[in-house]
Structures are given as structure tokens and as C-alpha cells.
Ligand binder design. Structure first.
Ligand code: ADP
Length: 554
């Protein structure tokens, strides 16, 4: 066929790129023939009385026919195609009554040569978005014209085509997303079944394995083909099956959930503690179709349980020996110490005048050494006791505690000429005797660590918020260097010589331990030379709160 003259080539629509994208998206090009489209073509042919009718879709370089009657080719080149002209005016049916008389088509080889087209009527197929995809067209080799009813009917057929195309696409998309969803669900189900840490199997009513997960195969060192589709008795011996498996399976098949612990001997793992569960599996109607067997490996749990049990036993025996130790220290050591202290005093009293000054000094060393040792012993016993102490919190009136401490320390207060002042204190949750030890230690230190020649003043106060009580014991004593504020809570830590201030260095470590036993904290602030303040933090609600938050502490 001779080339198409330039005049016969249609310009491209302004929205060509968009139009082609829509054609691709609708997935209509090169699709299989469909009866609905063929019916429309037949209708167009009958309507216009033409031997040829087509549903044409104008692609980038071709016109492809979704349906055609009286025309042999499934597609033609876009150049020179009548439809390429028709889509330029999407709102109108393009009617060419006699192509020989139309400047656009007179030189077109389709007109000048076979099939010698004379008549063409094309109703554009336009999407909802206004894109003309192609036409429903009728063609004849003799001149013709269409009346307004025929024109309107052609437009109606074109609308039908676009509706069909769009509906098909919509259905395809729906099907696609439904299948994607089903695929994804399937993936999740497979993941849940396979990636579990438990061994899982589905056994049907005939005791045949229908499904096992990967971990099941790994534990038993078996291939899927060796298990799935096979009766259990092919995999384990009849006796084991009859004694250990069948009764539970039967119970599950009868609708019961069976759960128990056992040990299984796996090929690589050896004897392993497991928890076995047999669950009835039902179909959609509720009929039991088999049993799900779940094997949960609890070997590690059992091992940890064992470790825990031996730790508890160890702790119990430690606690026992600690108690023995405390008993031994408080009785067997205290007695000879008492003798040393008492008899050195007796010796000093009775033989005093007869002894040389040096002997008296030595005797005094013996007595004061013994006294110090007694003190140390008491504190040590107190500390060791705390190690094995568990508290049962009860309401403790801190005002009463402070009063008792004041009574206990009456001698020291009067000897130093000091005073102990007390603000309003709350009732807290804790162990009364232990909290009394804390207050006693803090107040005693406040009375003790004063500059020579000054009378001590100790103030006890409390501020509380929703979470914490902060009980403060403040003094105007010698103070503590900032660098030592943390260390003073360590065992045996003392900042001053014994000559200046006596003590064992255990008091504050006992206080810290008691604070911890109450799920609280103790801390100190100080201005060296001016005084110190010790704060005991006790949780307002017991006992699930643990440590004091950092911001609550100084
Ligand atoms: P001790 O009082 O028996 O020496 P503590 O454990 O009670 O032992 O105190 C440890 C050290 O902390 C003390 O030796 C002292 O140096 C310092 N310290 C404690 N309380 C005070 C205080 N209120 N003022 C100054 N220093 C103190």
C-alpha cells in the first residue's frame, strides 16, 4: 500500500501521554475476544447498516481492535487510521459520508485503494476522566449518512464499551487485591506454624500425620516426606504409640484438651523435658477432624529451676551458718570480752594503789581495748543480722521512734549539753526496730561529731511527696568533706582518728543496708565546718516500689 500523505495523518491529542497510560492501566490492549464486545460491534453494524464495524483502541503506533465484523485485520497502523482522527473530538461522533470528498481522507490509501472506504462513523470511547481511548465505528465502501437517532445510538454503544472496559478492570483489581490478601494471610499462617519455637503436628482421626512444622522435623531429624501423610505407627513403635500417645490422642479426638509434662529422647538433643498438649481440631462446622499436638521444650526452664533450687538450698544453709556464726560471736566471743573488760576494771579498782603508773596505763589499755572490741562486736552482729533480714512492713510512727531514740541518748545529750529538736514526722511503712537503729545512729553521730567546746544541735524533720518520705537529720557539727560524702556509707569507713572521735565505722553502712531493705535510699549533704544533713528516703507505698529516683536524691 502506498504511503499515507501527510494531510491524512491525524495530529496527536493534547493528553496523549495520559491517554496511553490509561489504556495500559485498563489492560484492554491485546486481551482475548469477549462476547459482550462482539455483541456491541454487531449492534453497531446493524444500526448503521454497514458491512464493517469495529471497537478500535488507538495505541501509540497502532489501532488495535477489541472486536470487529467484516474486517480481516486485528490491528492497523495508526497513521491514516480514521479512528485516530475521531478521538480528537471526544464529544462528537465523527461522520465521513464520502471519504473521497473529505480533504483529510481523499488521498488516504484506504480510500484510494482497497478496501476503498467511503463511509466512516466513529463514536469516541471516552473514560470517566475524559480520555478518548478509541472508537466504536462503522465503515462502508459506499457513501452513507446517519440520522440523529443512529448518532445517539452509536454514542450509547461507545459509553457501553467504556463501562465494560472499566468494570472489567475494576473486577480484575478486586480479584488481585483479594488474592494478595489471601496470599499474605497464607504467609502469616505459614510463618506462625513454621517459625514457632514449639513442635507442632496435625494428626487426623486415622492417626496419620497431615502436617508437621519445620522445628518438629528438626527436633526429630526427619524429612517432611518421612512424616507427612504417614501413620504415627510407621514412625514410632507400636508399644510407645499404644502406651504413651494413643490415649492422649483419643482424648483430644473426643474433644478434651490434654496437657502434661514428659521427657522425650530426641536424636541430637537427647533426653529433653517437654510440655505436651493435645488439642482437638475442628472444621468450620465444629466437627472434630483431628488433633493438634504441641510440644514445648522446657529443658532450659527445668535446668534453671534446678539451679534456682540449689541456690535456695545454698542460701538456706548459708543463712543457717550465719545464724550459727552470730550465735557464736554473741555468746562465745562476748563472754571472754566481758571478762577482760570486767576484770581489768576490777584489777584497776582493787590493785590500783599498788600498781605502778605504767601498769595502770597498760591495764587501762586492756580495758578500753576490750570496750572498743565489745562495741565493734555489737555493730558487726547488727550488720550480719541485717544481711539475712527480710522486713515485713508495718506502720511505724516516726515521732514515737524519735522520742525513744532521745530517751536512749539522754545521757549523751546531757553530757554534751546538746539538744535534739524534732519537727512533725509521719507514720511510715517499715520495720520499727530497724528504723529506730537508723535514727539512733544518725542522731548519735550528730551529737558526736561536733567541734570541741561546742554544744551539739540535731534537728529531725520530714518532707513528703506522693512517692517518698524524706526524713532528714541535720546537725551543726564538723561537717564532712564533699569528696567523702559517698564513702562514709562504706563498712569501717571513718574520717577522724579514734583519739578525736570514737566509733567503729559501721553505723552508716548499717543505715544504708536498712534503707535498702525498705526499698529506700540514704544520702548525705554537708558544708564542712558548718554541719551535715543525712536524708533517709522511704517509699510512701510499700512494697512494690524499688529504688528512689535519682532526681529525688541530692
Ligand atoms: P562511726 O560513727 O562509728 O565512726 P559511722 O559509719 O556512723 O561510723 O560514720 C562513718 C564516718 O562518717 C564517721 O567516722 C565520721 O567520720 C563520718 N560522719 C558520720 N556522721 C557524721 C556527722 N554527722 N558529722 C560529721 N562526720 C560524720
Amino acid at each position: 500500500m502506498s504511503p499515507v500523505p501527510d494531510a491524512a495523518i491525524a495530529t496527536r491529542p493534547a493528553n496523549e501521554a495520559e491517554r496511553l497510560a490509561a489504556l495500559t492501566h485498563l489492560e484492554i490492549l491485546d486481551s482475548l475476544p469477549q462476547q459482550a464486545f462482539d455483541d456491541i460491534t454487531a449492534l453497531a453494524s446493524a444500526l448503521c447498516g454497514t458491512p464493517i464495524a469495529r471497537i478500535s483502541l488507538v495505541d501509540a503506533d497502532r489501532v488495535w481492535f477489541k472486536s470487529r465484523v467484516g474486517f480481516a485485520y486485528s490491528q492497523v497502523g495508526r497513521e491514516g487510521a480514521f479512528c485516530a482522527h475521531a478521538i480528537l473530538d471526544p464529544d462528537r461522533v465523527m461522520v465521513v459520508e464520502d471519504a473521497r470528498l473529505d480533504a483529510r481522507f481523499a488521498g488516504n490509501p484506504l480510500v484510494t485503494q482497497s478496501p476503498a472506504v467511503r463511509f466512516y462513523a466513529g463514536a469516541p470511547v471516552v473514560t470517566a476522566g475524559g480520555l478518548a481511548l478509541g472508537t466504536v465505528c462503522a465503515i462502508d465502501t459506499v457513501p452513507r449518512s446517519l440520522n440523529p437517532t443512529q448518532l445517539a445510538a452509536m454514542q450509547a454503544l461507545a459509553r457501553l464499551v467504556v463501562n465494560l472496559i472499566e468494570r472489567e478492570q475494576h473486577l480484575r483489581e478486586e480479584a488481585r487485591s483479594a488474592s494478595e490478601l489471601a496470599q499474605r494471610r497464607n504467609q502469616y499462617l505459614v510463618a506462625v506454624a513454621t517459625e514457632a519455637l514449639d513442635l507442632k503436628a496435625f494428626v487426623d482421626r486415622d492417626y496419620v500425620y497431615r502436617y508437621v512444622n519445620q522445628i518438629y522435623l528438626d527436633y526429630w531429624q526427619l524429612g517432611r516426606g518421612a512424616v507427612e501423610g504417614r501413620p504415627i505407627t510407621e514412625i514410632m513403635d507400636a508399644e510407645t504409640f499404644g502406651d504413651l500417645v494413643k490415649p492422649h490422642l483419643d482424648a483430644a479426638l473426643a474433644g478434651q484438651v490434654v496437657c502434661f509434662e514428659a521427657t522425650l529422647n530426641f536424636p541430637l538433643r537427647g533426653t529433653t523435658h517437654v510440655e505436651l498438649t493435645y488439642l482437638p481440631a475442628r472444621d468450620a462446622t465444629g466437627t472434630i477432624i483431628g488433633a493438634v499436638v504441641r510440644v514445648h521444650d522446657i529443658q532450659k526452664l527445668k535446668e534453671r529451676e534446678q539451679v534456682l533450687r540449689s541456690t535456695v538450698a545454698l542460701l538456706e544453709s548459708k543463712a543457717l551458718s550465719q545464724q550459727k556464726f552470730i550465735h557464736m560471736v554473741s555468746h562465745d566471743l562476748r563472754e571472754p570480752l566481758n571478762s577482760i573488760v570486767n576484770f581489768s576494771s576490777v584489777l584497776a579498782d582493787e590493785l590500783g594503789p599498788d600498781l605502778s603508773a605504767q601498769a595502770r596505763r597498760y591495764l587501762d589499755f586492756v580495758r578500753s581495748g576490750g570496750e572498743r572490741m565489745k562495741l565493734l562486736l555489737d555493730d558487726l552482729i547488727g550488720f550480719v543480722r541485717l544481711e539475712i533480714h527480710a522486713i515485713e512492713p508495718r506502720p511505724v510512727d516516726m515521732t514515737r521512734i524519735t522520742q525513744l531514740v532521745r530517751d536512749d541518748l539522754a545521757l549523751a545529750i546531757s553530757r554534751t549539753g546538746g539538744r535534739v529538736e524534732c519537727g512533725s514526722l509521719p507514720v511510715v511503712q517499715g520495720d520499727e526496730s530497724l528504723l529506730r537503729i537508723v535514727v539512733q545512729n544518725l542522731v548519735a553521730n550528730g551529737l558526736k561529731f561536733v567541734r570541741p567546746g561546742t554544744a551539739p544541735v540535731v534537728r529531725i524533720s520530714c518532707s513528703s511527696n506522693q512517692l517518698w518520705h524524706e526524713i532528714s537529720v541535720r546537725d551543726e557539727g564538723i561537717g564532712i568533706p564533699l569528696s567523702q560524702l559517698e564513702n562514709i556509707f562504706d563498712m569501717f569507713k571513718r574520717l577522724n582518728s579514734r583519739k578525736e572521735y570514737d566509733g567503729t565505722g559501721l553505723g552508716l553502712s548499717i543505715c544504708r543496708r536498712i534503707a535498702e531493705l525498705h526499698a529506700g535510699r540514704i544520702s548525705a549533704t554537708s558544708a564542712p565546718g558548718l554541719g551535715s544533713c543525712f536524708s533517709l528516703y522511704l517509699p510512701v507505698m510499700q512494697p512494690h516500689q524499688t529504688t528512689a529516683p535519682a532526681h529525688a536524691l541530692h
